[in-house]
Design a protein around this ligand. Structure first.
Ligand code: ZN
Length: 878
């Protein structure tokens, strides 16, 4: 309730176009719970973890500057017991810790007012270790078939306070000096290199790490385990990639990629990576895909390891892209840090954009910007809804910091930066970034600081341009219409707020850099900054087909009037790849928004049916899968499958089962998608061949190439019988590789047989998978297995056990995620009722989004499915 209310107020403000015009970073005015009268300067923390008893103890001394007279010291602590606290100044003052569990703080009242000056706060503390990836935690893994345990950390957003008491807000930068007492047979790795080590008896060793530069607490890292590693060096930085036992060979690709990426960033930022070393660790159970801890990046296995013999091409791309993203953070995020969580996008939007840029630079054949159109489209889908939020979203207190980690922050952030770069020019943009990094190194910033730097180097009004994109929610649609002969221009451009399923959208306006021109002639493209609601465009040939958002670099939709739509449909196959993809994405979104009939999108899809671009064909597959979702439980589904099999057959005949020498790596991924969809849609040839290949795999895994494993497992899993289910399950349990394990469990969740789906659900309560992956099986049975009712009944019965397996952030999305498998509006009501009674308020955003989506799906299905059925039924070959 409070969530919706606040949202309405925001809408009002944005409707009147009052953008808040954020101020540059100012420590004293910065948001946060802790008083700014005391700042930490240096933490010295000695930790003694005890893996066997799942506890840890620590001793800590914090050097402080007291800036104004104070009567108490307040800092963060969560789940810790604190004793023996004392303040060291001219004399030593014993202190008593008063813990506030709700605010996650500890307060030390002082016997008398403390004058400004430098002091040290010393304390002893103890805490518990769990397998929840927050703070210092136990990470279980499987190596050479044997189970092991290691320790790792995940601090972002607010969990450093679980490992030791600290000023756990991003603007309180300080030096961290860590010491860890660990079993002699284990390695300890942290942000900085080890500078001293000594035996302390009992088979244990005390390791001391060099002091970090002044940095935010959410970047502290520690990992303790039995590691293998590969090492190298680039431009004076020591590099290591560490793995659990037996996976060293799979780290080589990450090491090679890192060498390229680090050099690229040295050049781009004009500032060398500032730490002496960069360790990257692959562990099989992180809270996130990867965490950019300064000098010690921790990844999930399947974001860092690449096995040339068994991995799919998509892993090669993913590993490079994730490394490029995390290393970009070493500057953007670590060296220069957002002032508060409302500017999370500065970290994540930028790292996403920079990572994609670096990935594209080294691997042009992967066409990553074309694929980034997929994540942009995902962000636009959310951003068109009532439950969206501006890129810069208010975060009143840090218990809500984790809500910011979504597609708007990452993908809209990336897309807006790309659009801005294209408007300012690549060099001017880079110069602005260099100036920004130099000016704010080892400090914090707000978005205003970035606009300031880019405005200065480019001479353009960046702040005015950017405010519409970052401070208000949503985005525009630009409608291009042909003007009658005799007009001063041949086209007119009009902007309106693009929304889906919103009753009263606010009349927002943007500054839009519209690139448009004759279709298929990008060299004749024109750029105009559309600020007004309606503007006349240029004079072009009277009969030309027009394409706008050429190159797909803009974050907006484009609609065309009837005449231009007809012309563009004819010209579609001649458009550049990015423009064909962009036209398809816009066409489907316009259908969702109710702005055009479904036939317009389907006609375009049909005009592109023999397209040779793997990315365009993949998008066609995505639309067919979306339609299949609408057809679920209708009498027409079989007929639709038969039509779609015919429609896709020429594409599959072109690629067939086996890789061809010299083919594009993207064809390898497209082949997999075609096999999966044709199998799911009942193509006999594909299903029987997949079964034969799986039978061969069971005897000899090497017989099945990495690129075909996921698709073959998926097809076999889809209509598995009890014997096949058991074969998949046995193979899944045996696997050490996270990537292969995931592919096999993916097959188990897609089983359509309800008895087998129930068997898959029961695996979520076992410990054969790492905890979060086990819990997520239930969501996946709801979606991929098309059994939302079965999955929800199961989840409701075991909710406590399932929640215990999830990190907090994921727990908020868990129940809403299961419900999104439904498309009946009544289920949206059920979700809201359930959430009110059983879920914490912090799950409100996810609940509101899911409920909105379920209602939209129900409405969309009723509105559009009859049109879609009429369209394909008229095209069935008789
Ligand atoms: Zn990131």
């Amino acid at each position: 309730m409070s969530f919706l209310f606040r949202f309405c107020l925001l809408w009002l403000c944005f409707g009147m176009l009052i953008l808040r015009g954020e101020e540059p970073f100012d420590f004293d005015k910065n948001q946060g719970r802790l008083p700014k009268t005391i700042v930490p300067e240096r933490y010295e923390v000695r930790l003694e973890p005890d893996l066997e008893h799942a506890v840890f103890a620590g001793d800590e001394t914090v050097k402080l500057e007291v800036r104004q007279p104070v009567k108490q010291i307040v800092l963060h602590a969560n789940g810790l017991e604190i004793s023996g606290a004392r303040l060291q100044g001219a004399q030593e003052v014993p202190l008593t810790a008063q813990l506030n569990a709700e605010e996650q703080t500890v307060t030390f009242a002082l016997p008398s007012e403390l004058p400004p000056g430098h002091y040290a706060l010393a304390m002893h503390f103890t805490g518990k270790l769990t397998e929840q990836p927050r703070g210092l935690y136990i990470a279980p893994y499987q190596a050479k078939g044997v189970r092991g345990k290691m320790l790792a950390t995940q601090m972002e957003a607010i969990d450093c306070r679980r490992m030791f008491p600290c000023w756990d807000e991003p603007a309180f930068r300080a030096e961290f000096v860590l010491q860890a007492v660990v079993p002699e047979k284990l390695r300890a790795v942290s942000n900085m290199p080890e500078v001293a080590g000594k035996s302390v008896g009992n088979g244990r060793r005390e390791v001391t790490f060099a002091p970090t530069p002044k940095m935010a607490s959410y970047l502290v890292a520690l990992a303790v385990g039995e590691f293998e590693e590969v090492r190298d060096e680039v431009e004076g930085t020591q590099l290591a990639v560490l793995t659990t036992p037996g996976k060293r060979e799979q780290a080589q690709y990450a090491l090679e990629s890192t060498k390229k990426i680090l050099k690229f960033y040295h050049e781009y930022f004009g500032l060398k990576y500032p730490l002496p070393k960069l360790d990257q660790i692959a562990i099989p159970s992180t809270g996130a895909g990867a965490m950019e801890n300064w000098g010690c990046i921790i990844y999930n296995d399947n974001a860092l390891l690449y096995d040339p013999a068994n991995s799919a091409q998509s892993m090669r791309e993913r590993v490079f892209a994730v490394i490029a993203h995390e290393i970009a953070h070493q500057w953007f995020g670590n060296l220069v840090t957002m002032a508060w969580w409302d500017n999370l996008w500065l970290n994540e939007g930028f790292a996403s954009w920079m990572g994609t840029k670096a990935t594209d630079h080294f691997n042009p054949e992967w066409k990553v910007w074309l694929r980034a159109a997929g994540s942009k489209d995902g962000a636009m889908r959310l951003d068109a809804r009532e439950t969206t939020h501006p890129i810069q979203r208010p975060v009143p207190d840090d218990s809500r910091a984790s809500e910011g980690f979504d597609e708007i922050t990452y993908s809209k952030g990336q897309a807006v930066l790309r659009m801005l770069e294209s408007w300012l020019g690549e060099e001017s943009f880079r110069d602005g970034i260099r100036a920004y990094i130099h000016a704010h190194a080892y400090s914090n910033t707000t978005t205003a600081d970035l606009w300031e730097a880019l405005g200065k180097t480019s001479g353009k009004p960046v702040r005015e341009f950017a405010a519409g994109w970052t401070e208000q929610p949503g985005f525009p649609v630009v409608t291009v219409s042909a003007l009658p002969a005799g007009s001063a221009a041949s086209v007119q451009l009009e902007q309106t707020h693009f929304t889906i399923h919103q009753a009263n959208p606010a009349p927002l306006r943007w500054q839009i850099p519209v690139i448009y021109g004759p279709a298929g002639a990008p060299s004749r493209a024109l750029l105009t900054l559309l600020k007004d609601p309606i503007e006349a465009g240029a004079m072009l040939e009277p009969d030309a087909a027009i394409k706008a958002n050429i190159g797909d670099v803009g974050y907006y939709r484009v609609a065309y009037d009837a005449t231009l739509t007809r012309r563009l449909l004819k010209a579609a196959p001649l458009l550049a790849e990015a423009d064909r993809l962009n036209a398809l994405n816009d066409a489907w979104a316009l259908v969702q928004a109710g702005r055009t009939p479904a036939a317009e999108c389907l006609d375009l899809m049909s005009a592109l049916s023999d397209d040779r671009s793997p990315t365009v064909v993949q998008r066609i597959i995505d639309v067919l899968l979306a339609i299949d979702g609408l057809e679920r439980s209708t009498a027409n589904r079989e007929g639709f499958h038969a039509w779609a099999r015919d429609f896709l057959r020429p594409q599959f005949e072109r690629l067939s089962w086996d890789a061809k020498p010299g083919e594009s790596p993207l064809d390898a991924s497209l082949r997999g998608s075609l096999i999966s969809i044709l199998g799911a849609f009942g193509n006999e040839e594909v299903t029987s061949s997949a079964r034969a290949r799986f039978a061969a795999y069971v005897h000899d895994p090497a017989s099945l190439p990495g690129d075909l494993r996921g698709p073959v497992f998926a097809v076999v899993g889809h209509d598995a019988d009890a014997v096949t289910w058991e074969q998949l399950h046995t193979a899944a349990r045996k696997e050490d590789s996270f990537e292969q394990k995931r592919a096999l469990y993916s097959a188990l969740v897609s089983a359509r047989n309800p008895a087998l789906a129930a068997q898959t659900l029961s695996l979520s309560l076992t410990d054969e998978l790492i905890a979060p992956d086990a819990a997520r099986l239930v969501q996946r049975v709801a979606h991929d297995g098309e059994q939302p009712a079965l999955a929800w009944d199961f989840a409701r019965e075991h909710l406590e056990a399932l929640f215990a397996k999830l990190p907090d952030m994921a727990a908020n999305h868990y129940v809403p995620g299961i419900f999104e498998g439904f498309d009946e509006a009544a289920r949206a009501d059920e979700l809201e009722t359930f959430a009110r009674r059983n879920l914490p308020p912090v799950a409100g955003t996810a609940v509101a989004r899911a409920a909105e989506n379920i209602r939209f799906q129900a409405e969309f299905k009723a509105r559009v499915l009859p049109q879609i059925d009429t369209w394909w039924q008229a095209r069935v070959r008789r």
